[in-house]
Design a protein around this ligand. Structure first.
Ligand code: UDP
Length: 458
């Protein structure tokens, strides 16, 4: 296959975070399979590897982040700076692409629309200035996206902070979130101020868009999708998990996946391995890291654990494990820096997933029918974890108890006890429903058709 010309082109602009790049590039792959040419505009920071997608055109733009800022663990600050810095470069990029006498390969093409992440707050006005329709990609569970509305309201109504005695109470406006989950989402009061204004900007810049593409489906988000018309008067396209549509799943890893995971899993019994990964952003203290290590070892079960370099605070990697720890596992444990997660979850040997419940990881686990142990740290992870344990009942919640005995107990409940079998049966049902939704005639498949037709209509 070759890059296309003379066709309709879609421009995609992902937020430079692994959890946002993956669904955006997978969406690009789907749209390419439907006949669109693809241009990816991206920042220098966390630039996707263009060599993984030879059929797309990549345009890198300046993002103004200093080396120190790219290293900062403060995600909200990074997003704020990116939003401040990227407007001019994006405008320049689009001006070049849309120039009528452009000598680029897009010369005879029509650029149909811009698709960018909900976390970009300046793109609507930029798109409008070029008369370019814009779609917002929501890479969260839609309940959480609607929650963007609620959080500032709750704060303004003096809901936060709340007394300790109310920690376990449900937030009536935002079930199944508890007050303690909400306070984890909001962070400290200075973070709250910043977050509040960021959420308001996200909503304000989403409302005038041409539609939202949601990485979720009716089967997982029916209630919030039904509510959406109260907030947005444009079409919503819940196209389902992008990686299970009938197109080749493409890798968009910012880190090099350690492929030795797969032969190692090949040598393990069916459903005998607990896979542990906390995604691309979460960090933990050294003592939390050691509690997880001992908890896993004490289960006496096989585990495959992703420890990203730099994810143990103050350490490079796993050097704080006691001498002889890995040898004491007798081959039952494997630690890697980054895994080919989709392949790991799809492997017959994987029987459970200790996860931070980022939305991609949650969807990927559901699509492979792998029960979860939830260890959410921040943001939408808190909500996803509640859906896992309370609504769908396809996993158990560690409730932040990063202690070896708790971890051992949770892993055994999922991997060994009869409770695990019940969870397994429930996740299988959900897995089938979600997978059916992307098949011809399913809700996600129909939504994708609607999206394609909408883009073609511009
Ligand atoms: N991932 C991966 N290998 C790893 C860990 C994660 O490929 O070792 C991928 C995972 O499949 C998912 C993404 O990185 O698509 C993480 O996104 P998620 O929303 O779960 O969490 P975030 O990184 O945004 O916190």
């Amino acid at each position: 296959m070759e890059k296309r010309t003379n066709e309709k082109r879609v421009i995609l602009f992902p937020l430079p975070l692994q959890g946002c790049i993956n669904p955006m590039l997978q969406l690009a792959t789907i749209l390419f399979s439907r006949g669109f040419s693809i241009t990816i505009i991206h920042t220098r920071f966390n630039a996707p590897k263009s060599s993984d997608h030879p059929l797309f055109t990549f345009l890198q733009m300046a993002d103004g982040l200093s080396e120190t800022q790219t290293q900062s663990p403060d995600l909200l600050l990074k997003l704020t700076l990116l939003n401040e810095n990227c407007e001019k470069p994006l405008r320049e990029c689009l001006a070049k692409l849309l120039k009528p006498d452009s000598d680029s390969e897009t010369e005879q093409e029509k650029i149909s629309c811009l698709i960018d992440d909900s976390g970009w707050t300046f793109t609507q006005s930029v798109a409008e200035s070029f008369n370019l329709p814009r779609f917002v990609l929501c890479a969260y569970k839609f309940t959480f996206f609607l929650g963007h509305l609620l959080v500032p309201q709750l704060r303004r109504h003096g809901f936060l902070p709340f007394p300790d005695s109310e920690a376990e109470d449900l937030v009536p406006e935002f079930p199944p979130l508890r007050k303690k989950d909400l306070s984890r989402i909001m962070g400290t009061s200075s973070q709250m101020e910043m977050l509040d204004s960021y959420l308001v900007k996200i909503l304000e810049s989403t409302k005038p868009a041409s539609g939202i593409i949601v990485m979720s489906c009716q089967e997982l988000d029916q209630d919030s999708l039904a509510e959406s018309h109260k907030v947005f008067n444009f079409p919503i396209f819940p196209i389902g998990p992008s990686h299970i549509h009938d197109v080749p799943a493409s890798s968009s890893s910012l880190f090099e996946p350690d492929q030795s995971c797969i032969p190692w899993l090949d040598n393990q019994e069916t459903k005998s391995v607990i896979y542990v990964s906390l995604g691309s952003i979460v960090t933990m203290s050294e003592s939390e890291f050691l509690e997880i290590a001992f908890g896993l070892r004490n289960t006496d079960l096989a585990f495959l654990w992703v420890v990203r370099p730099g994810s143990v605070q103050g350490r490079d990697w796993i050097e704080s494990l006691p001498v002889g720890f890995m040898e004491s596992l007798d081959g039952k444990g494997k630690i890697v820096k980054w895994a080919p997660q989709l392949d790991v979850l799809a492997h017959r040997a994987t029987g459970g997933f200790l996860t931070h419940n980022g939305w991609n990881s949650t969807l990927e686990s559901i699509c492979e029918g792998v029960p979860m142990i939830s260890l959410p740290f921040v943001w939408d992870q808190m909500l996803n974890a509640r859906f896992i344990s309370e609504v769908w009942r396809i996993g158990i919640h560690l409730e932040g108890r990063i202690e070896r005995r708790e971890i051992e107990r949770a892993v055994r409940r999922v991997m060994v006890d009869s409770e695990g079998e019940e969870i397994q049966a429930r996740i299988k049902v959900l897995q089938d429903e979600v997978r059916r939704s992307v098949k011809r005639g399913g809700s996600s498949s129909r939504s994708l058709d609607d999206l394609v037709n909408r883009i073609l209509s511009f």
